[in-house]
Design a protein around this ligand. Structure first.
Ligand code: G6Q
Length: 552
């Protein structure tokens, strides 16, 4: 069991509060002026990844106190419990062992005392064998043609991770089948996806941990029907449909043979499952050798997280900086800004991982917390975001901690685009820190020849307050290993914060609620009767929907 410690009642929290009162008005610029070594003091180089957190409102004392808070909240023991396979997801009575999925052979891993490495590696071998046969054309569709298209049908954790990684590693997909993702129950998603596809060269992956999720089951049935309507028959289904699930019974009932099923386990949460057979689309698209490198990178970060002292530990430092800004500076949001088009789905993926995990208000004793938990996470790749919402970060009324990410070397670089990209990456965090003072603006406008009156009129609009914090992550190149390591880094950061906030990060009752509510309303949409069972607004909307339907 995890300890139940209210962080706001700890000594470290009280000290941090006093410390915050002392330094809250400090300017980032001044911190750099005070300490010439600041940039090197507050950055970490690990493998091919460099993390600079010097543009944050901390000094050595802040870091010391944040680490004291982590210790007082039992982070050390919690990490051991997680990796030892204890039941730390207590509301679902499960262990949390997505890390075991990337543990190399030969290292025993236990879940509630039972050895699990053999089972994990058996599925990895099954994935390797299958993905290679599909990629080299040995696995054929029912007309004898090779598979050229993979359609991953799944939602939430069974979609966001695989989509994000397949897009991130597109450069490495050399010769692999094209991947498509269908998640939304909105029929347009599946029909538009399937429209151009040759059914005889298409393979469906039905990905669902529970194999009961409404959206996935509806899309899987439509895909099956599409396949049959286009010329396939029931006996051909085994060549075109495989399932990834923990629910053998439901998979068999759907008509997918056990040999076409890839298993995973209850100790793998949906949003942490891309490392399991849920990542089959990644292995098919980029090759199993690349999927393996992804796992290796993640495992290297797991070991770093487990072994390195807190004051040099990347996920711990990043996690505690998030606590500093959320609970002391009272920031409500955090932006994730990859200057890497390959990472365009990373913000969406992290939104789920972070907010579904730590968007909780009951603490581990069931009491409502008296402090903030997860901030709202959002973002877009740079430089696109610069031409839209950066305005608010620069000149709005809120402090928004930003995480910038960029590769030092591009994978493709026609006409030196990468230097243009990186000049923006460096410029934005600098501008967010330094801002533009009245004095600078005045000089600039006078230089342009504006009258004194004009200068004074425009001044307030052209000033940038600056002093906005950011963390910059610079990696040598986007490859499967680095990606795996950075994703594991974000996962452990979530764990760290959940421990400090004294919440359960690995359940998701809010998602379950959505699944239940839709199930209740569905039968009501199938009758002509007016609906009166909800609140007045919901009744009105359902009844208006019915009358509008009649008209069309
Ligand atoms: C993830 C969540 C949720 C889940 C989807 C799909 O952690 O639990 O996003 O992944 O609801 O669930 P299935 O995989 O069971 O279809």
């Amino acid at each position: 069991m995890l300890k139940k410690i209210n962080p706001s009642q700890t000594e470290a929290w009280a000290r941090l509060k006093l410390h915050y009162d002392r330094i809250q008005h400090i300017k980032l610029k001044d911190l750099f002026n005070e300490n010439r070594e600041r940039a090197t003091n507050f950055s970490i180089s690990w493998d091919d990844i460099f993390i600079d957190f010097s543009k944050t409102h901390i000094n050595r004392e802040t870091l010391r106190l944040l680490i004291e808070l982590a210790r007082e909240c039992g982070l050390n023991q919690a990490i051991t419990k997680e990796f030892d396979g204890e039941i730390i997801n207590e509301t679902e009575n499960r262990a949390v062992l997505h890390t075991a999925l990337r543990t190399p052979p030969g290292i025993n891993t236990y879940c509630e005392g039972k050895e699990i490495q053999d089972e994990i590696h058996a599925v990895l071998h099954q994935m390797e064998d299958f993905s290679e046969r599909v990629r080299n054309g040995e696995w054929k569709g029912y007309t004898g043609q090779p598979i050229k298209h993979i359609v991953n049908i799944g939602i939430g954790g069974s979609d966001l991770g695989p989509v994000m990684v397949c897009r991130a590693l597109k450069h490495y997909s050399d010769g692999g089948p094209e991947v498509h993702f269908v998640s939304n129950v909105d029929g347009s998603h599946i029909s538009e996806t399937l429209k151009p596809l040759p059914h005889e060269q298409t393979l469906f992956l039905i990905v669902s941990k529970t194999f009961t999720t409404q959206e996935t089951m509806a899309n899987a049935s439509s895909a099956r029907q599409w396949f049959l309507d286009n010329g396939g028959n029931e006996n051909d289904i085994s060549k075109h449909f495989v399932a990834i699930s923990t629910n053998v019974e439901a998979v068999t009932k759907f008509g997918i043979a056990p040999q076409n099923m890839f298993r995973f386990w209850d100790f793998v949460g949906g949003r942490f499952s891309l490392w399991s057979a849920v990542g089959l689309s990644i292995a098919l698209n980029t090759g199993f050798h690349n999927f393996k490198k992804l796992l290796e990178g993640a495992h290297a970060m797991d070991e770093h997280f487990r072994q390195v002292p807190f004051d040099e530990n990347i996920p711990v430092i990043l996690g505690m900086l998030g606590i500093w800004y959320t609970n002391f500076f009272e920031c409500s949001t955090e932006a994730i800004l990859p200057y890497d088009q390959y990472l365009d789905r990373l913000p969406a993926y992290l939104q789920q991982a972070v907010m579904e995990s730590n968007g909780k208000s009951a603490d581990r004793s069931g009491n409502i917390v008296s402090y903030k938990t997860s901030p709202v996470l959002w973002g877009e790749p740079g430089t696109n975001g610069q031409h839209s919402f950066y305005q608010l970060i620069h000149q709005g009324t809120q402090m928004i901690p930003c995480i910038f990410m960029a590769a030092a070397n591009p994978l493709k670089d026609p006409a030196e685009h990468h230097k243009l990209l990186l000049s923006n990456f460096f410029a934005q965090s600098e501008a967010l820190m330094n801002g533009k003072t009245e004095e600078n603006v005045r000089t600039e406008l006078i230089k342009k020849g504006l009258s004194e009156e004009e200068v004074e009129r425009l001044l307030p609009f052209k000033v940038f307050k600056g002093n906005n914090p950011s963390i910059s992550i610079l990696y040598k190149q986007l490859n499967p290993y680095n990606l795996g390591a950075m994703l594991a880094m974000f996962e452990h950061r979530i764990f760290v914060q959940g421990i400090i906030w004294n919440i359960y990060s690995y359940d998701q009752w809010g998602v379950e609620l959505g699944k239940e509510l839709a199930g209740q309303i569905l039968p009501e949409l199938k009758t002509d009767e007016p609906i009166t069972s909800h609140d007045a607004s919901t009744n009105q909307l359902i009844n208006r929907y019915k009358s509008l339907q009649k008209k069309t």
